[in-house]
Design a protein around this ligand. Structure first.
Ligand SMILES: Cc1cc2nc3c(=O)[nH]c(=O)nc-3n(C[C@H](O)[C@H](O)[C@H](O)COP(=O)(O)OP(=O)(O)OC[C@H]3O[C@@H](n4cnc5c(N)ncnc54)[C@H](O)[C@@H]3O)c2cc1C
Length: 482
């Protein structure tokens, strides 16, 4: 139980000013980028692995839930303290400790902001590719916990492909150092990969050794507009069959384009059904330009009415700013949204996009689709207003249909946002009972008291998808949705 004595112990570990227990402070730690909300009993902001370890020892002794938190940009309800407990926010652990050119890696603390890290290494001619659209806010620790991706992951891979070593504080406070500045390492089970994507349910990541690659010298970006959505989805498959691996291959449907254009006003065509953003990078400028031209030609062949190649870095940045603003811009259309993150085999993208459109019509909901078409990772966003009676139930039914459609096409529930609260009741449909049982056994071995991020990832025994969806809702009174 969280007594005044426990709060005083926390104060003695992290300092009085880093224990946050007032009602207004707790609100700041009660939500993420989805709509559920619940306050913790207390929030702490430790400054070192040792402090995290001492907090965990205390929580373990007192059997208190602990929710590790980065910037709170989770899109799965993953960081909400559903049953209270201690939120442990790693935001003060924000030092880039070393950039090692010889070994092409960096030693960082978990609370470093992803975009700040990228800017810093790029100044030194190095490159850290994983680029979630939230990179101006999210933390590297959160990225590891969710195995985040982004547009560049088609060519460069996701967060897990860049983690060489981790420092992890376990549920009982022990500190595990795993891996090192090693490009190859098959000594024992790959425990680092077990923690990556575990959404704070197995341990708290406090430091990482991240692999860096040389910064490509040239980039070229193009926007291809398609009067027909199906032509755009077919063009994705066409481009990837040309023997080119683009740095990015992103799709936006018409509603997404319109909302983004209203917000960003950069002259996107709005009377088309789809836009593909194509990018290539590399060290040979001519080769980069040629590959973008080939991709543009494929788009024209598949029915693009216009292809614009960015003339300079300013035009390219404008396009990417627009792409990164989608999530926020959709809020202008409806006050609430449920952003999904399904993945299908690339060849099934046309079928999946068509299914999402049908599902939207069946449930009377607007479901814009955008995402990383090149790697089959789509973000159908269900737009709604949770204040309207019955609307949330329709949203939940549409989400279930989208998950099942993805699974039927050989896909999965999530490519980068994680399971969190909102997808957990579908885990067994995706992984089968044996897969989920093995996960439960691992959780039991590492967190026998069930203290780490409780209520996330695993289906509730006897729970239904609808129940978990609705019980995750905030109290609506006095709240602005969205
Ligand atoms: C506008 C917007 C755009 C986004 N775009 C993308 C995108 O393109 N690609 C993508 O992959 N994601 C995207 N996201 C989702 C989100 O930004 C990522 O999941 C990100 O990695 C979360 O980082 P965070 O620091 O905010 O973590 P939080 O939201 O604070 O936490 C997320 C999860 O990680 C756990 N966690 C956090 N830190 C630690 C730690 N140090 N140790 C252990 N567990 C920890 C939490 O318990 C929680 O389960 C987007 C979100 C928004 C709001």
């Amino acid at each position: 139980m969280l007594t005044e004595a426990v709060i005083n112990e926390l104060r003695s570990i992290v300092g009085r000013e880093n224990v946050h227990a007032g009602p207004a402070e707790l609100v700041a730690y009660s939500f993420d980028a989805t709509f559920p909300q619940h306050p913790p009993d207390v929030a702490v902001t430790p400054a070192s692995t040792d402090e995290v370890s001492r907090i965990m020892k205390l929580a373990n002794r007192e059997r208190l839930p602990v929710i590790s938190r980065g910037a709170g940009t989770s899109l799965s309800g993953g960081v909400i303290p559903l049953t209270g407990g201690i939120v442990m926010a790693l935001t003060r652990m924000n030092r880039i400790l070393e950039i090692d050119h010889v070994n092409s890696c960096a030693l960082v603390e978990a609370g470093v902001i992803t975009g700040e890290f990228q800017t810093r290494v790029e100044k030194e001619g190095l490159f850290y590719p994983p680029d979630p659209s939230s990179l101006a806010q999210c933390t590297l620790g959160g990225n590891v916990a969710c195995c985040s991706g982004g547009p560049r992951c088609l060519k460069y891979g996701v967060t897990k492909d860049y983690v060489l070593g981790l420092t992890i504080v376990l549920a009982d406070g022990q500190v595990l150092e795993w891996g090192g500045k090693l490009m190859k390492n098959v000594t024992g089970y790959n425990l680092a990969q077990l923690f990556i994507g575990s959404e704070g349910t197995l341990g708290t990541v406090t430091q990482m050794i991240l692999r860096l690659v040389p910064l490509p010298k040239f980039r070229s970006t193009a926007a291809a507009f398609f009067p027909k959505l199906t032509d755009a989805t077919n063009a994705v498959v066409g481009i990837l069959s040309e023997g080119i691996l683009p740095a990015t291959l992103e799709i936006m449907d018409q509603l997404t384009i319109n909302v983004v254009e209203q917000y960003a006003q950069i002259g996107l065509l709005t009377d088309v059904e789809a836009l593909l953003i194509l990018e290539q990078d590399g060290n040979d400028q001519g080769a980069v330009q040629r590959e973008v031209e080939v991709m543009a030609e494929v788009c024209r062949r598949f029915g693009a009415s216009e292809v614009r190649v960015a003339k300079d870095a300013a035009e390219r940045d404008q396009l990417w700013r627009a792409r990164r603003s989608i999530s926020g811009a959709l809020g202008r259309y409806r006050p609430s949204k449920l952003g999904e993150d399904i993945v299908v085999p690339r060849g099934q993208i046309p079928a999946m996009v068509a299914r999402v459109k049908e599902i939207g019509q069946q449930h009377g909901l607007a479901i814009p689709v955008f995402g990383h078409a090149g790697d089959g990772n789509l973000h159908p966003n269900i737009l709604f207003d949770m204040r309207n009676p019955g609307e949330l139930e329709r949203v939940q039914a549409a989400a279930a249909d989208i998950f099942r459609a993805a699974l039927a096409l050989g896909g999965t529930l999530t490519g980068e946002h994680g399971i969190g609260t909102l997808k957990k009741e579908f885990l067994e449909e995706a992984l089968g009972p044996l897969g989920v049982q093995i996960m439960r056994d691992i959780k039991q071995a590492l967190d026998p008291k069930g203290l780490l991020n409780p209520g996330k990832m695993f289906p509730t025994p006897g729970g239904s998808a609808l129940e978990s969806f609705i019980t995750a809702l905030p109290t609506l009174e006095g709240m602005t949705p969205g």
